[in-house]
Design a binder for this molecule. Structure first.
Ligand code: NDP
Length: 315
């Protein structure tokens, strides 16, 4: 008799934990391999562990702290019998069933897999980023723009994301500096025109942020002109980094279909990957919405797809 589990869920952000809640309530006794505590990129709970207040997650009219929200998700999954391992998956083998998942030399087998390893925002690599993220430094205008009403802020990047974020932020901020590292934008023409036409946006060409200031909250930044090499202070209370995202899919290279950018490809309107029995949900397969609530919704889809698939396989 096979000792394979019904389902292993890899990753424990809103997508993975919602999948766990649904799978556990469907009596699938899921195992969640949630990531390791020492890591900032693969940590249990995902990107919400790096935020402070979350005001747009429905059901919390007065807001909730990101880490507290993720603890609630986890408690809810645990309540229905989800098992957790606080480690990082090191290798997977989906070439035959049961599927194999490894943490170093230890092998775990399962008849189905839900991949919810998320994505990371690319960062500038400044030492102050770790302490200021969620305290004036942000990677999500939709999440945090509201906190910067009538303030002067900066957005870093010159792609569609940066312009989208900068344009959105002009609803709140009194001024948005768009910090572009060279003398041209990468963004599409229509987005460029939008930024140039917006009188609240000032594009700062050939510039990079070299330092962020503030002890408990961001109070300013230092800019360097990439041509003259001159430094100057930038008087802002918020900095949004919008230089791209990277999905956490290194584990699945050559195994699951993915876009050139690394995002997993799922069958439209579902969580099916190209391998039957392997499902994907959350930011690992979504470069458009990237919200906790959409990730949670897709986690629910993955658990339902998985449950139905297992049932059909069993018949
Ligand atoms: P992109 O890779 O398109 O752009 C990244 C931008 O960040 C570039 O301007 C790049 O500069 C800059 N950058 C990269 N690293 C640094 C750094 N260390 N310091 C300063 N600047 C840096 O990423 P996006 O997230 O903007 O877009 C990803 C994809 O999603 C694109 O295909 C985009 O079209 C799409 N998208 C579409 C939207 C829409 O149509 N509404 C909205 C958002 C995204 P450089 O140009 O010099 O390399």
């Amino acid at each position: 008799m096979s000792t394979a589990r019904n389902v292993i869920i890899i990753g424990s952000g809103p997508a993975g934990l919602t999948a766990a809640i649904y799978a556990a309530r469907a009596s699938l006794a899921p195992l969640v391999i949630e990531g390791e505590l020492s890591s900032t990129s693969d940590q249990p709970g995902g990107q919400l562990m790096l935020t402070t207040e979350v005001e747009n997650f429905p059901g919390f009219p007065t807001g909730i702290m990101g880490p507290e929200l993720m603890t609630n998700f986890r408690d809810q999954a645990e309540r229905f019998g989800t098992e957790f391992i606080t480690e990082k998956v090191t290798r997977v083998d989906f070439s035959a069933r049961p599927f194999r998942v490894y943490i170093r030399d230890t092998e775990y087998t399962a008849n189905s897999i839900i991949v919810s390893t998320g994505a990371q925002s690319l960062m500038l690599g400044l030492p102050e980023e770790e302490s200021l993220i969620g305290h004036g430094l942000s990677t999500c205008a939709t999440c945090d723009g509201f906190f910067f009403r009538n303030q002067e802020i900066a957005v870093v990047g010159g792609g569609d994301s940066a312009i989208e974020e900068a344009t959105f932020l002009t609803k709140f901020a009194s001024k948005v500096y768009l910090i572009v590292r060279r003398d041209a934008l990468r963004a599409s023409r229509i987005m460029q025109d939008r930024a140039i036409a917006n009188e609240k946006i000032e594009i700062v060409w050939n510039s990079q942020i070299t330092a962020l200031h503030g002890e408990t909250h961001l109070t300013g930044a230092t800019l360097i002109d990439t041509i003259t090499k001159e430094s100057r202070p930038l008087d802002v209370t918020g900095v949004f980094v919008a230089i791209g995202h990277r999905p956490n899919t290194d584990l699945f290279k050559g195994i699951l279909h993915m876009e050139d950018s690394g995002y997993l490809i799922t069958k439209p309107g579902s969580s099916y990957t190209d391998i039957p029995g392997v499902f994907a949900c959350g930011d690992v397969q979504d470069h458009t919405y990237r919200q906790a609530i959409t990730a949670a919704g897709s986690g629910c889809m993955a658990a339902i797809d998985c449950e139905r698939w297992l049932e059909a396989e069993h018949d």
